[in-house]
Design a protein around this ligand. Structure first.
Ligand code: ATP
Ligand code: MG
Length: 140
């Protein structure tokens, strides 16, 4: 499998509880290198744009309010098969269904406040990285 890049967010429930370092340790232990990272705070509108794919879902408003409620850490992770590898390390969307040892099993509070986001495919990874980072910020 080739070296890939994926986009990751450490969500507000995790930044509030000072879990950035603990979550990054999980990525690094899984062989994912953090090649770009910054702490930002989304506006409600930016959160809505990012999750626009879910705008017909009943949880959309709650999700956007949550994502704009506190700072987030946006990141680019690089490694062998990074998109799938990151999804494995994250665990299932609902922490009650997540495997032992995954980020969501250990840290997520609920299906909504689930500590991390990760791109779900090559196209979304490329688009999400380009939305948050310039080429100059991707130092490898
Ligand atoms: P993400 O896109 O954040 O990496 P995911 O791909 O595991 O998560 P999606 O189905 O894309 O899950 O849902 C996006 C986000 O919307 C979830 O991570 C979660 O924060 C929120 N969400 C999903 N389902 C629900 C739900 N039933 N109730 C509340 N929030 C939800
Ligand atoms: Mg998703």
């Amino acid at each position: 499998m080739a070296i890939q890049r994926t986009f990751s967010i450490i969500k507000p429930d995790a930044t509030r509880r000072n879990l950035t370092g603990a979550i990054n340790a999980k990525f690094e232990a899984a062989g994912l290198r953090i090649v770009a990272q910054k702490r930002i705070k989304l506006t409600r509108e930016q959160a809505g744009t990012f999750y626009a794919v879910h705008k017909e879902r009943p949880f959309y408003d709650e999700l956007c309010d949550f994502m704009a409620s506190a700072p987030i850490v946006v990141q680019v992770l690089e490694g062998e098969d990074a998109i799938a590898r990151n999804r494995e390390v994250m665990g299932a969307t609902n922490p009650a269904e997540a495997e032992e040892g995954t980020i969501r099993k250990e840290f997520a509070l609920s299906i909504g406040e689930n500590s991390v986001h990760g791109s779900d495919g090559e196209d979304t990874a490329r688009e999400e990285i380009a939305y948050f980072f310039s080429g100059l910020e991707l130092v490898g």
